[in-house]
Design a protein around this ligand. Structure first.
Ligand code: COI
Length: 358
């Protein structure tokens, strides 16, 4: 097959829906910006990507994504600098990850020209949808799913890739309360835990609902074999500070390789903090609580950035993590990440990508 070249066409809305909307105060994930990007792939060949007014996609009820869940997605954010430039945070990391997720679900790779250049043009066009209130951002949701109109189980030959965006504030308004999921697992060796597959999130909903019915915000997931080792919390990677060492579960194929997780590890290591990526048994957490050495717990993810964890319920025990006012790492990381993402401070890592023309 001859090498394909890719182009992006764009059709602007006749009237923006932004007028009269306070984008600094909207509920998470419910208000979508003016435009979206859509591209399709058929037998490995990509269509011209189109930036079009945000709206409905016309899809048949027989598309395989709806039946067998061949569907992956990403979460990323755009920010505005004080001088009004639109900024993306580590977009190539999301590009790499969606293609790793796609490979796991037997889907062809998305070309960089469509993902990165399409994203850049989309953000340029809707840059005035980026909120500027501290803690807010334009959340970017790339989605990629199978569209074969067939209910035979096999990898699809047709796919749709789209990017939609929405202004958001904090994902968690308050520190979160977790309860250990004893009856459900999120992932297991050989499964899809490391992929950002839509089905992973569907599989988490029942445990999440039961946690909420008991007054918790999210679950703390344990490993699928021993039901002993901590993996993630809710939809985030999890970190603990025990005796001045920051520990987080090692990536071993069952945990989502979070971009915020990786950024946190980099920032901590560069600041000379002792960091360990390793197995963390629930028992270790209980012992640290008893010994008074559990100093902090926080989740890290794109939507939440850093979510301070207030309490963790383990069976009939409640671990009360020290108050936020006494914490060192979580609050500092949240501030450091927000300052880098909004270009308030120098970015020595090359994480921030300026979207020119915005
Ligand atoms: C994110 O943190 O970006 C996610 O994709 C999690 C989602 C539940 C908001």
């Amino acid at each position: 097959m001859a090498a394909q070249t890719y182009s992006i066409e764009s059709e602007r809305v006749s009237e923006s829906r932004l007028h009269g909307l306070d984008i600094n105060n909207v509920p998470f994930g419910k208000t979508f910006s003016d435009h979206m990007l859509v591209a399709t792939c058929e037998q490995g060949r990509w269509s011209t990507a189109k930036i079009v007014p945000y709206g409905q996609l016309s899809l048949s009820p027989s598309i395989s994504a709806l039946h067998y869940g061949q569907s992956v997605f990403e979460g990323m954010k755009a920010y505005k600098s004080a001088s009004g430039e639109a900024l993306l945070f580590r977009p190539h990391a999301n590009f790499d990850r969606i293609n790793r997720s796609a490979a796991r679900l037997c889907m062809p790779p998305i070309p960089e020209e469509i993902f990165i250049e399409g994203l850049r043009q989309l953000i340029c066009l809707d840059a005035n949808w980026i909120p500027t209130k501290p803690g807010s951002a334009l959340y970017i949701r790339p989605i990629y799913f199978a569209t074969d109109e067939s209910i035979g189980l096999r990898p699809s030959e047709r796919y749709t890739f789209a990017i939609i965006t929405c202004p958001v504030g904090a994902y968690y308004a308050e520190p979160v309360k977790l309860t250990v999921a004893h009856d459900y697992v999120r992932a297991f060796p050989g499964g899809t835990g490391a992929a950002k597959a839509a089905g992973n999130y569907a599989a988490s909903l029942l445990a999440d609902r039961e946690a909420k019915q008991h007054g918790y915000d999210n679950v703390l997931w344990l490993d699928g074999i021993h039901h002993q080792y901590i993996e993630e919390c809710g939809t985030m990677n999890v970190f603990f500070v025990i005796d001045d060492v920051v520990v987080t579960p090692a990536l071993q194929g069952t945990i989502l390789p979070g971009i915020t997780r990786d950024s946190v590890l980099t920032l901590l290591r560069d600041r000379g903090v002792r960091v360990e990526e390793r197995s963390i048994a629930l028992d270790e957490l209980l012992k640290a609580d008893e010994a008074g050495t559990l100093q902090e717990a926080f989740g890290a993810g794109t939507a939440a950035t850093i979510a301070h964890i207030e309490t963790i319920c383990v069976g009939d025990r409640i671990l009360n993590v020290p108050p936020i006012s006494e914490r060192k790492y979580g609050p500092q990381l949240l501030k450091a990440l927000e300052e880098i993402k909004t270009a308030k401070v120098n970015d020595p890592y090359g994480w921030v990508v300026r979207v020119s023309g915005a």
